[in-house]
Design a protein around this ligand. Structure first.
Ligand code: GCU
Length: 440
């Protein structure tokens, strides 16, 4: 009897354990189960003093919050990259293709390779940048700089766009090598190329994987990590070291370095735009690099615009389970105690002030917590108010804006119907908002 019941007892124990683990990683989609929380106050300094004007914010509180995001969440750049600043001499640009009559005469096309070299010059990483500049717009034009998921050749059917790397980071040399879903033009639905150009904006894009591979196994031994950090893998990272989001953001800043050298565009009017993990990256890029004139986060969710403390949809614990390499190792310390995070995502939005920022959500994208994304925008208001009245209109906590309504002045927001995606409608909203801020 004893011998027979023991295995059953053990089996029950294992199943209970598995269930507990499973429950731990189940996302909450019930608003009534969102825990009570208090957000850190972006205007109260670590010594308890209260910021009352923009000068104090910039001199004291902003650097404190920025350092916390670096240390606790996204990770610090290696010191050699910090010290090198913008336009490091180990990043060079080479335009490999130009056409004055692209897209049926709508645009000038330039394809440029940004080469990142190791300090000894022995190793190199190439990032392909595709630039379309509208021919009919007054030059230099403002720019949308976007990061894409599957390669520059996927955003347009233009047969002359160079074939790009695969998601894995391997290079494709022929169309036949490209997997279904990553072929030429397969992502045209996410990039309103003609609309952007006809509205007077240039569009520059690069494939984020060129900068650092997106996988726990390959990330730290390839791309810019391989060039500028001597990691053997995740295990050898220090607790505050940069994660993949920081690396992609650093790459976006190098793309802006290139745009600063391009006379067809106005680099003081560049909007950085990203979707989902690249929406998280866009926010961190805008916070880290004040040269970006506008920041657009599309459905960025946890680790992006969504408040961590709400634990609705994807939570800190859930994101850190498999995607810990996007962040500094330190971020996992908050898996079970998110309320101890000294920052929350409204403060990431606030770091962009006084520059315009736009946050977009999708109604069915509950994994990204649309309400949490909206609340981040709302709770960044006190910082934006240091620079001007009613940055977000008269919005309140209670209610999300109506579907498809664009709200806000310097903080823009909309929620559209549908799923996690970037649509033509989202682009219409971004262009409308950019028209107010980037057009002369
Ligand atoms: C996963 C991840 C999200 C991320 C998304 C994406 O769903 O959990 O945090 O935003 O991938 O980037 O597509």
């Amino acid at each position: 009897m004893k011998n027979r019941s023991l295995p059953i007892f053990l089996l029950v124990l294992i199943l209970c354990g598995a269930e507990a683990v499973f429950a731990q990683y189940q996302a909450n989609y019930d608003e009534s189960k969102v825990p009570d929380y208090t957000l850190p106050n972006p205007l109260v300094c670590e010594d308890g003093s209260v910021v009352t004007n923009a000068a104090q914010w910039e001199a004291k509180r902003r650097p404190e919050i920025f350092a916390l995001f670096e240390k606790e969440m996204y990770g610090e750049l290696p010191s050699l990259l910090r010290e090198a600043g913008n336009h490091p001499d180990f990043v060079t640009f080479r335009t490999v293709e130009t056409c004055d009559d692209a897209l049926g005469g709508l645009a000038i096309r330039k394809q440029t390779i940004l080469t990142f070299s190791s300090l000894d010059g022995k190793e190199k990483v190439d990032v392909n940048l595709l630039l379309y500049v509208p021919k009919d717009a007054p030059q230099p034009t403002p720019v949308f700089l976007g990061m894409n998921f599957l390669g520059n050749h996927t955003i347009t059917k233009d047969p002359n766009v160079l074939l790009h790397h695969l998601r894995s980071g391997e290079k494709a040399t022929s169309e036949a090598e490209l997997p279904e879903g990553s072929r030429r033009g397969d992502r045209v639905n996410r990039w309103a190329v003609e609309k952007i150009l006809k509205s007077g904006y240039a569009l520059a894009v690069f494939h984020y994987v060129d900068v650092a591979k997106d996988g726990a196994q390959q990330c730290f031994t390839s791309g810019v990590f391989d060039l500028y950090s001597d990691y053997e893998g995740n295990q050898s990272r220090g607790k505050n070291d940069w994660g993949a989001i920081s690396a992609w953001a650093w790459g976006a800043s190098r793309a802006l370095d290139y745009l600063e050298t391009e006379p067809l565009v106005d680099a003081s009017r560049v909007a950085i735009m990203g979707h989902s993990r690249l929406g998280k990256t866009a926010l961190w890029t805008g916070a880290s690099d004040p040269r970006f004139a506008l920041v657009i986060s599309n459905d960025s969710g946890c680790g992006g615009a969504a408040l961590s403390r709400r634990e609705f949809g994807e939570s800190v614990r859930i994101i850190n389970r498999n995607l810990y390499y996007w962040f500094a190792p330190q971020f996992t310390q908050y898996n079970e105690r998110v309320n101890d995070l000294p920052i929350d995502q409204h403060e990431l939005v606030a770091l962009i002030a006084p520059r315009p920022v736009y946050i977009a959500s999708a109604e069915e994208d509950l994994w990204a917590d649309p309400l949490g994304e909206y609340l981040s925008a709302l709770h960044a208001v006190p910082v934006y108010e240091l620079y001007g009245d009613a940055p977000f209109g008269n919005r309140t906590e209670e209610q999300l804006p109506n579907l498809h309504e664009q709200v806000g002045k310097t903080i823009g927001y909309h929620i559209r119907a549908g799923k996690h995606d970037v649509t033509e409608f989202d682009w219409e909203m971004y262009i409308r908002f950019a028209d107010k801020h980037l057009k002369k």
